[in-house]
Design a protein around this ligand. Structure first.
Ligand code: SF4
Length: 206
């Protein structure tokens, strides 16, 4: 079972395969040869406990990495309580030497967990990378199929806006596939209105 893995000098953490979305472009749908994201080992036969995850961290030279990234093969905020516990444990051990911590998320944590979790990120999470994916709620729903329907789009935007109060770096991301220059410009405007950065990611074909 792969709990932590190295990718481009960062340490990635895989705690869950659960997700409330079913994005058309999700890497879980394919198996591109040679991509760390589509290796069978990222499918967890069961979710690791927080203690197993901590042991996995501590088996590595944690402070040697450029960044720690909670990502996984699913939506990591299903395990947000465990993520925050792990960050606290690591900060206790490594203090200021701990590399910056990022969560790659669909921005639905408040919907998933049924409470406003954003203030809990303060002092623990350095970067939130949130998938924007679309410029309207209807388009988002057609592309990502969130279990909560169109309301999930606004919830994601609200999450991003609130996060700017507690997290130093908040980034919205889009995948460039099938995006016109007008749509990309609209994404830029959405990000600017929220006060966050926009990152355009390349599509990894599966
Ligand atoms: S939110 Fe992420 S993990 Fe979930 S279906 Fe979409 S791409 Fe896959």
């Amino acid at each position: 079972m792969t709990i932590t893995y190295e990718y481009e000098d960062a340490l990635y953490v895989n705690l869950t395969n659960k997700c409330n979305c079913n994005c058309e472009f999700c890497l879980r749908h394919g198996r591109k040869e040679g991509s760390i994201y589509t290796e069978d080992s990222l499918w967890l036969e069961r979710e690791p406990t927080r203690k197993e995850a901590l042991d996995s961290f501590l088996s590595r030279d944690v402070c040697s990495y450029r960044e720690i990234v909670f990502c996984g093969y699913g939506e990591p905020t299903y395990r947000l309580d465990d993520i925050l516990w792990l960050v606290d444990q690591l900060k206790e051990r490594f203090g200021r030497r701990l590399p910056p911590v990022r969560i790659n998320t669909n921005g639905h944590a408040n919907l998933i967990l049924g409470r406003d979790v954003v203030p809990e990120l303060k002092g623990r999470i350095d970067t939130l990378s949130i998938s924007l994916n679309a410029v309207t709620a209807a388009e988002y729903t057609a592309l990502c199929h969130p279990a909560q329907g169109e309301a999930a789009y606004q919830a994601m935007l609200d999450f991003a806006r609130e996060a700017t109060r507690y997290v130093p770096h908040v980034v919205l991301t889009i995948v460039d596939k099938d995006k016109s220059s007008e749509e990309i410009e609209t994404c830029r405007q959405i990000a600017a209105e929220l006060g966050v950065k926009l990152r355009i990611r390349s599509f990894i074909d599966s």
